[in-house]
Design a protein around this ligand. Structure first.
Ligand SMILES: Cc1cc2nc3c(=O)[nH]c(=O)nc-3n(C[C@H](O)[C@H](O)[C@H](O)COP(=O)(O)O)c2cc1C
Length: 386
């Protein structure tokens, strides 16, 4: 049996006789999978397990992807979105954004832009660096991206999108995929139409984040559109939006019949989310990270960052993950405040040790130094953050 024939299937309790598992992801008892969920292929690239680390500008750089990939359960990694204007002018930042580790494969480079010629050139560059897949961003709502016709701007100019897709398709040999939103305007949901057009242009996978550009990140993602696209096209379809637990992933697979599930923000709060879902797909109890795992993951991330960028930048990124990661942990709010006001590497390392030692000893973390009144981590919810 080829790996793509291998099934992750069925109702957990019915097929194993075990009681449904409890998970650390906060949802209590797992729902049953009502259908077969299995690895899928984007042409000959196997996505196994069918779980994608969703691209997040300013977050999913090579250090973050490496950290998450090491935790397991990720079937496809994707770069941050990369400007074709920067890439094709050999902007060092854009070139750095394409870097990846071999063990990340399969790996997709995602590009954004509005000019067909630049898009084609950048797609060729992504193929040359060895990406397995070239993905086009048709979802970013940031004004600076949209005003040049890129990101979600392509959803209100489908003829331009068609030109771009056809030009790129002629220029590269690796599979071409797109990530779209529900539509540009709230009153013109055109995701199904966009998906049909993309398939006709030779696109080989569609990922939908079911919010419109106008909506930004408000409300809930519309997964029924994922179901509608899946019913309409023959190529694989994946969904994105608001999945933070094993139960939510299972429910979305049940409801939509989609092939893959993308997880973005949920992976910042819980780097083990992919592994937990993979465990549940294999009828294993989802992995429960220990306090030591949580301490280690923060320190490992800091090491990865410091090996890859100047110290001040690494500290900034570290604060970002610490902010998301410690939501809901005992004393986490105080820990975040203390970390935000740390400016030296040693200070951050000391505070991490201090926090985890305090929690391990069963005491409540009150931290040292600052008397800030800052309440919580900033909400990180857009490609505009990049
Ligand atoms: C900080 C941030 C940056 C993002 N950057 C990108 C991006 O570069 N490319 C992209 O296709 N989507 C981007 N997104 C959208 C996510 O990939 C995802 O579709 C969206 O956040 C909904 O999924 P989630 O609820 O699992 O986060 C970004 C989202 C966030 C929060």
């Amino acid at each position: 049996m080829s790996t793509s024939d291998k099934l992750y299937a069925g109702n957990t309790s019915a097929t194993t006789g075990h009681a449904p598992a409890q998970t650390s992801a906060g949802e209590g008892v797992l729902p049953a999978l009502e259908r077969e969920v299995k690895p899928f292929k984007i042409r000959d690239v196997e996505i196994n397990p069918p779980l994608v680390l969703s691209p997040m500008a300013g977050v999913t750089d090579v250090a973050f992807r490496c950290l998450l990939k090491r935790r397991g359960g990720i079937g496809l990694t994707v770069s941050e979105f990369i400007s074709v204007e920067g890439l094709t002018r050999n902007n060092p930042k854009s070139l750095r954004q394409m870097r990846f580790h071999e063990f990340e494969r399969p790996y997709a480079v995602q590009i954004f832009g509005g000019r067909p010629e630049r898009m084609r050139m950048a797609a060729e560059m992504a193929e040359q660096v060895g990406a397995d897949i070239l993905d086009i961003n048709c979802g970013c709502p940031a004004p600076k991206v949209v005003k040049h016709g890129g990101g979600s701007g392509l959803l209100r100019d489908l003829s331009r999108l068609e030109t771009i897709l056809k030009d790129i398709k002629r220029a590269i040999t690796i599979p071409l995929t797109i990530k779209i939103r529900a539509g540009y305007y709230d009153n013109n949901i055109n995701a199904v139409e966009t998906a049909k057009l993309a398939e006709a242009c030779g696109v080989e996978h569609i990922a939908l984040h079911g919010r419109t550009k106008e909506q930004g990140y408000k409300g809930r993602a519309n997964w029924d559109l994922v179901r509608q696209i899946k019913e309409t096209v023959k190529i694989p379809v994946s969904g994105s939006g608001d999945v933070t637990t094993v139960a939510e992933a299972f429910a979305r697979w049940n409801e939509t019949n989609c092939d893959g599930v993308l997880i973005g923000r949920g992976a910042m709060a819980n780097p083990w989310i992919f592994r937990q879902i993979e465990d549940a797909l294999h009828h294993r109890a989802p992995y429960e990270p220990t306090l030591e795992d949580k301490r280690a993951v923060l320190l490992e991330y800091f090491d990865l960052l410091r090996a890859d960028m100047p110290e001040f930048a690494a500290i900034g990124r570290m604060k970002q993950l610490a902010g998301q990661f410690t939501r809901g942990l005992a004393g986490g709010s105080r820990f975040r405040q203390v970390i935000y006001h740390s400016h030296e590497v040693t200070e951050i390392l000391d505070r991490i040790e201090e926090y985890f030692e305090t929690v391990a000893a069963g005491r409540f973390y009150v931290g040292e130094g600052t008397e800030t009144t800052e309440e919580d981590a900033p909400v990180l919810d857009s490609c505009e953050a990049a």
